[in-house]
Design a protein around this ligand. Structure first.
Ligand SMILES: Nc1ncnc2c1ncn2[C@@H]1O[C@H](COP(=O)(O)OP(=O)(O)OP(=O)(O)O)[C@@H](O)[C@H]1O
Length: 246
């Protein structure tokens, strides 16, 4: 089942074209890693797909009315802003706004508890979210997105600011969600983590899709040189490949 379908999607920001005719689909069961250099247009692509910024072309998600959209896709923005001094539990409960129940129905409680447990935040639930460390706040915001219980998750650099163990835990969780039938589009700068956990990679450079396919196919030397201007070394380990920029 296709959960996101972008066709000919173009974005102009401050009179400068930043995305050029992007075609991209995310299906149930896929963890799609969006990789590419700084400024390639990854965040713009996600924002346009969600209908948060103007674009030309089509996004089936952006075409939905806001209620349907919020029940189709949860979004973890790159900026980890928490506006009010709410508890972690109340922050996570905000993910239930699109659903009937107002955050207080048994289904809401179950979704909130499950999201808190999946992000290992049980010990933080009564803490004020603004007074957590940056990485703990990031995990609380991921939990908010999980509580939304949408088929699609769009996550902009979800592992930024997380320690190595939490990065692994987060991507393991995302892969488990994909294996359970969710579709996930996540931008990610760590090519090794992208190679290990993603079912598919989309390489974006200068606002265009340079490659879209299985990680091995996308992480080729020539494409890495072209997109990032780097040479990479691949080390195969029993836990999957490690990709080192050298
Ligand atoms: N609010 C904005 N107004 C004007 N231009 C913007 C805005 N946000 C981003 N841009 C420009 O759009 C281009 C794409 O930026 P975008 O944030 O989508 O890239 P990115 O691939 O997500 O980068 P990064 O890896 O650094 O997060 C960049 O040239 C950037 O300067």
């Amino acid at each position: 089942m296709t959960l996101l379908d972008l066709r000919g999607l173009s974005v102009t920001r401050r009179n400068r074209p930043v995305l050029h005719g992007i075609g991209l689909a995310v299906r149930a069961g896929e963890l799609v890693g969006l990789i590419g250099p700084n400024g390639a247009g990854k965040s713009s692509l996600m924002e346009a797909a969600l209908g948060l910024i103007p674009f030309t072309g089509t996004s089936d998600l952006a075409a939905l009315d806001p209620g349907h959209r919020a029940r189709r896709a949860a979004y973890l923005p790159q900026s980890r802003e928490i506006a009010w001094p709410v508890s972690v539990e109340d922050l996570v409960a905000l993910g239930r706004i699109p659903w009937p129940g107002g955050g207080r129905s048994p289904a809401d409680r179950a979704a909130i508890d499950a999201a808190i447990a999946r992000m290992g935040l049980e010990g933080f639930r009564r803490r004020t979210a603004l007074r957590l460390s940056g990485g703990e706040q990031a995990r609380a915001l991921i939990a908010r997105a999980l509580a939304q219980q949408t088929p699609l998750l769009i996550a902009d650099e979800p592992v930024a600011g997380l320690d190595p163990a939490q990065q692994l835990a987060c991507l393991r969780l995302f892969r488990a969600l994909a294996d359970e039938g969710h579709g996930i589009l996540a931008s990610i700068h760590d090519l090794g983590l992208a190679a290990r956990f993603c079912t598919r990679l989309v390489l974006l450079a200068e606002g265009r899709v340079l490659a879209d396919g299985p990680p091995d196919q996308v992480l080729q030397d020539a494409l890495m040189r072209r997109a990032f201007g780097i040479i990479t070394r691949r080390i195969d380990t029993p836990d999957g490949p490690a990709i080192l920029p050298v």
